[in-house]
Design a protein around this ligand. Structure first.
Ligand SMILES: *[C@@H]1O[C@H](CO)[C@@H](O)[C@H](O)[C@H]1NC(C)=O
Length: 490
């Protein structure tokens, strides 16, 4: 209560005192963009929660930038008032942030975080040329002017072009500098053309050692080497870790002291297994819930390795203290293949009540990999609304096969509460539906059709070993039964 009161008062004050964020309209937009070499524009709606959260950060960034650099302007456009302007700029959601360079056509999406300091740093980077020219007086300062900076040393035009092309692609993420002074290259211990990355973490200086000086190779170098050896799992990095496909070792940490201690312990392993495994910390205060996904209890610090390919989780015994020796033994055992995974499973129902068969991690092999049956399985989550919408249709589908003694021996309609059960399948979204045909369990087929009864039925008919058309079978059964009834009545 207190806080919200204070921020309300502050917000009121800043309105009263004027603001450094320029409100633009269709009438003022183009001329404003042309008058300012660099503008960050926020397209927003007053009712949007993320916009409200951004507002004080945006104000603060505008004030900092107005004080230090009048080249950079921050603007906002209320899309509930400026419908035309927002549709001209193809605004699909709120807030949308775009960077304009002196004209409405020269525009790029804003890719930074929605925090004041991140906005300031991003826009400052954007205001510099993609490559800053470095000399011997500026090199030392430049090296430490950001978390990661990349410096090119070269004497010829081709190398200059290649390096500038790399900088153009990655200018939002890193600072790039270059020099053609041979004395500087010599002092840094490199022969031209050379590229050196300076970081404020890990090995502070990394020299590009690839054989060819091409844009592709240099891009790879910058991307790979800029990843910290022991990184941090968070909203902006998580999908990258998942996409890498490498096992991810995380340590859940709830204080800074533990963080620096464990980063130091883990660093040698990160170096040793670079390219084979990722090692990262994760803030247990903010993302403690994620521990459930790797089968850990919420008790910190905690350490687990998630094998992304097999979706198996290996956890460091939570009853014992996490020590340097313990971590070493654990990581080495993982790479030797001698750890056993902790499988999360719900309790299997004692009796399947139907019409949809409930699968758990422990019964997955028995039920889904049953070689005698075509098994359609839905991977769902209890919170998923598409799954809820599908549920009655899926039950109906289940009923067709469940209620017929013959069909029941050939086709199973099943489901698994996926967040609660470790399944071997890669499930990218909910619901995911797959058919495991009888006799061919290594080739499941993912269902991509409409979520209708007919279409699900046809999928089983077309792809199952038995080619059973459940709906047709049921209809003809009804016809028969009706006939029998008619007969009875006679
Ligand atoms: C690279 O080329 C640009 C454009 O010609 C030039 O301004 C810059 O000084 C060159 N950089 C170096 C380090 O030679």
């Amino acid at each position: 209560m207190k806080f919200s009161l204070i921020s309300t008062v502050l917000a009121a004050t800043s309105v009263a005192l004027g603001t450094d964020v320029h409100s633009l309209t269709k009438a003022s937009f183009d001329s404003f963009i042309q008058e300012h070499p660099l503008t960050l524009a926020e397209f927003f709606a007053p009712w949007c929660g993320h916009c409200k959260a951004l507002a004080p950060e945006y104000e603060q960034a505008a004030t900092i930038l107005a004080g230090s650099n009048n080249e950079i302007a921050l603007a906002k456009i209320d899309c509930t008032e400026e419908n035309d302007l927002c549709s001209d700029h193809d605004i699909q959601g709120f807030p949308t942030l775009k960077v304009f360079r002196g004209s409405a056509e020269n525009v790029s999406p804003y890719l930074g975080a929605r925090k004041a300091d991140a906005i300031v740093s991003y826009m400052n980077k954007m205001s510099l040329p993609a490559v800053s020219t470095i000399d011997k007086t500026s090199l030392e300062n430049f090296k430490t002017s950001d978390d990661v900076v990349v410096v090119g040393f070269f004497a010829d035009n081709d190398a200059n072009k290649t390096f500038t092309a790399v900088a153009d692609v990655l200018r939002e993420s890193f600072l790039f500098g270059a020099t053609s002074d041979p004395a500087l290259a010599e002092a840094e211990g490199v022969t031209v053309p050379a590229v050196v990355m300076y970081k404020n973490y890990d090995d502070a200086k990394t020299i590009y050692t690839g054989s060819s000086f091409t844009t592709d190779e240099l891009l790879k170098f910058v991307k790979l080497e800029s990843v910290p050896l022991v990184g941090e799992v968070g909203p902006s990095t998580f999908s990258g870790y998942m996409q890498s496909g490498l096992p991810l070792a995380y340590i859940f940490i709830d204080n800074d002291e533990h963080k620096s201690k464990f980063v130091e312990i883990l660093l040698p392993f990160a170096r040793k297994y670079k390219g084979k495994m990722n090692i990262a910390t994760i803030d247990a205060v903010k993302y403690g819930q994620h521990a459930n996904n790797v089968n850990l209890e919420q008790q910190w610090p905690a350490f687990a390795i998630q094998d992304i390919e097999s979706n198996l989780k290996y956890i460091y015994d939570q009853a014992s203290e996490i020590t340097a020796e313990g971590l070493e033994a654990f990581i080495e055992a993982f790479h030797a293949g001698s750890l056993s995974a902790k499988i999360k499973s719900q309790e299997a129902p004692e009796v399947q009540e139907g019409p949809v068969v409930i699968v758990t991690a422990n019964t997955y092999d028995e039920l889904v990999l049953d070689e005698d049956k075509d098994v359609l399985i839905e991977f769902y989550a209890t919170w998923c609304s598409h799954c809820k919408r599908l549920a009655p249709i899926y039950e109906e589908l289940g009923e067709i096969f469940w209620s017929d003694e013959d069909l029941k021996t050939k086709v199973t309609i099943a489901k698994v509460d996926t967040p609660e059960n470790d399944v071997p399948d890669e499930v990218r979204g909910f619901p995911t539906i797959k058919l495991y045909p009888a006799g061919d369990k290594s080739n499941p087929i993912e269902y991509e059709g409409d979520r209708t009864l007919q279409s699900l039925n046809d999928f089983i008919r077309d792809n199952g070993k038995y080619h059973i058309d459940g709906l047709a079978a049921m209809k003809s059964k009804f016809v028969k039964e009706e006939k029998i009834e008619e007969h009875d009545e006679l």
